[in-house]
Write a protein of this length. Sequence first.
Length: 179
Amino acid sequence: MGKHYKYEIKYKIVQEYLQGELSYKRSAEKYNLSNESLIKIWVNQYLEFGPEGLDKKLQKKVYSRDFKVSVLRFRQENKLSYRETANHFKISNSAMLAAWQRNFDEEGILGLDNKQRGRPSKMKRKQSSIKRNDSPLKESEREELERLRNENEMLKAGIAYQKKLQSLTQRYATKHPKK
């Protein structure tokens, strides 16, 4: 597990960088950090979210599967980096988007479900050990099932995207009323 840094030290390092006192590399050396990428992350979080962006509590948010799909789709459609996409959606940890993409690529839309961390409960282990007596699917049934799953994922993603677009439009309208 990575080392956790106090808010005060993060803020001090970011301020030194933004005032031009130190580069990423020099800051990492001065404060004995293993690499400068951590400072880049802190500076980005500060610029996007203000001083609160450096607070550890900001990173404990849970996102729905639909939201994750809409974020990944938005990134793909707009050909953005993980950091640009995270900034757009006000997500402090851009590496989390890479994990979402990896889970989606490996497991499909179900890979984006919020999974419990740690040891699985006994209930889940018992359920998975029960053998099912279902007959195997025929090739045509398997293809149809796969097609339907893909179609379902696309529809869910479209709905999530529309909801997010609608909320952003409403938020913009309330912040910028017509004169």
